[in-house]
Design a protein around this ligand. Sequence first.
Ligand code: SF4
Length: 510
Amino acid sequence: MQHFFESMVDLITQTATNLPPDVRAAMKRATQVEAAGTRASQALAIIADNIDQASSCEGPICQDTGMPTFEVHVPIGANQIVMRKQIREAVAEATRRGKLRSNSVDSITGENSGDNLGPGTPIIHFDQWERDDIEVKLILKGGGCENTNAQYSLPTDLAHLGRADRSLDGVRKCILHAVWAAQGKGCGPGAIGVCIGGDRTSGYLGAKEQLFRTLDDTNPDPRLAALETNIMSTVNALGVGAMGFGGATTLIGCKVGALNRLPASFFVSIAYDCWAFRRLGVILDANTGAITRWLYRDPATAPIQMVEGPGGGFIKTGREVVLQAPISEETIRSLRVGDIVLISGRAYTGRDAVHHHLMSHEPPVDLRGGVLYHCGPVVSKKGETWTVTAAGPTTSIREEPYQGEVLRRYGVRAVIGKGGMGPKTLEALKETGAVYLNAIGGAAQFYARCIERVDGVSLMEFGTPEAMWHLQLRDFPAIVTMDAHGHSLHKDIETESGAQLAQLKTPVPA
Ligand code: SF4
């Protein structure tokens, strides 16, 4: 097994940086069907650029490289103890190389282990099989989409859909409800794995396992195949669209499995994955650990290019509003929902730990007129110089309990994030003359290229994703989705798609 460790490093690297062909094909279709010039088409253009950039520079597709989850099949007699140890070492090595962000946090102290190792990290499941080779599959599923997972206990009543019974039609309603509720928070267009039945634990596991199926396969159970087809043929009428901006593609895949359940329980568990749907696998020689074959991809075939020729990808139209930080209140109040802005100048990152800190401490920098970016970047250091290698936005709604107070106390003028924020923040934006700017979730390579340099860092004791990075931006594009006049695109799309949800009345057979 002398090659097992390097095979695992290779698997992790490819999974984090190179989207599999079925996901690329689905995202390309999404790009092609979106009407030109819409918010969703702009978002998809940035996503397309990002996918190509990540594979060409072997950088993380998204800065949140997720919870590494390995599914391993081994021949009878294979040494699982050695394999587990080497998988863990490979995870730490991939983190050192900047392919994974340090993502493993002590749940009691908040301390980041720095190497993606810790209790429960990574997740490794072993199964024996009657074959001579080893199969290792890996999925990297980030926190934003993980937070939009859902579990329903049937029967139940669902907003806009009414009663969901213990039937396949009840399951259909749960799936539609979960996709609607995710809005832009899970970085759609998304793909979902669904498990009908099991208990609460095995249900969620079964749902995640469905994500190992390719988007274009057919469910061997005709009843579940009919359910998947029903969902895929109706769900896009919701109009949630890319990043919840409204648009033609809300979901790129729906995969459903079933487990037996207790008579008293009927759970429907849903694992939502974002467009940065990172899963790959390898077949290994059981004697050497060398890769004999890749799953989901053929390395001899060039990856599907998401952007073809000039005119593809994100192109400036000249109608963008240029913002130079620090920004005046007057400029901010002139912005309206739907405006596309290009931000240059100083921005500070701040996410969960920083927002909590600011409730009881003064900020380490002057935030007046400033730009606060909800982002936990991937960074590397050479000598004394920090470089950001991946820097997309994180889900903003987590900061809803703090954001209004931060705006009022410290004079921040623009908050960049993704997925939108709630009524408390909307009220504070109006009161203080500030704006919420939605960047494109997961576009970590694209946005890293909009960061000219790192000027410093504060609060490093929170670990690199949670520290406050001082970034110099240049032409960083984002869309105004909550303005200083009380308007929220997120609220509007949620209401409109809720009305659409009520119209999706195509039942599946009982
Ligand atoms: S694309 Fe969005 S949801 Fe997916 S891992 Fe990245 S930030 Fe999280």
